[in-house]
Design a protein around this ligand. Structure first.
Ligand code: SF4
Length: 151
């Protein structure tokens, strides 16, 4: 089951959206210079299932997007997609930040997906040399966002 260590509003993670960002623990990617080491702890934080709905409802009036920082393990995908469906039913978009290098079929339920590990020599999402990419989905097609959109 998914666990999270922090949640709050931000307009930085997804361009032109105000996101309720939920930081999930159990990240498996072990990036060099990880910006948030607590996310690598497998049992860090609290069970998301116990707090998701109150959290969402508390922020719903202020948010346009639900953004997960991390994805938990493969067996957590069903739970993650349940929250995405919940958000869409309330006309709130959804975003996933993952360290994976490729988009996968199950990610098509999200409106935005960021892929790629953080490599300090390539820089973050707003760097022209970054290896990371955020995609926005229009119908079934993914379009990459330019680094300049994150500045
Ligand atoms: S994907 Fe994010 S949280 Fe996971 S190790 Fe890399 S920088 Fe840290």
């Amino acid at each position: 089951m998914l666990r999270y260590v922090e949640a709050g509003l931000s307009d930085l993670e997804v361009p032109q959206e105000i996101s309720l960002c939920i930081y999930l623990s159990g990240c498996i990617y072990r990036c060099e210079h990880c910006h948030y080491q607590d996310l690598q702890a497998p049992d860090g934080g609290n069970l998301l299932a116990e707090n998701f709905e109150p959290l969402f409802l508390a922020y719903q009036a202020y948010m346009t997007c639900l953004c997960f920082l991390g994805e938990g393990s493969a067996c957590d995908q069903h739970e993650l997609l349940h929250y995405v469906e919940y958000a869409h039913a309330k006309n709130v978009k959804s975003c996933l930040y993952t360290g994976k290098e490729q988009l996968e079929d199950w990610m098509h339920n999200f409106d935005y997906v960021k892929i790629g590990k953080y490599l300090p020599q390539r820089g973050p999402l707003w760097s022209e040399t970054t290896n990371q990419r955020m995609y926005v989905r229009h119908h079934e097609i993914w379009f990459p966002l330019k680094p300049a959109m994150f500045r």
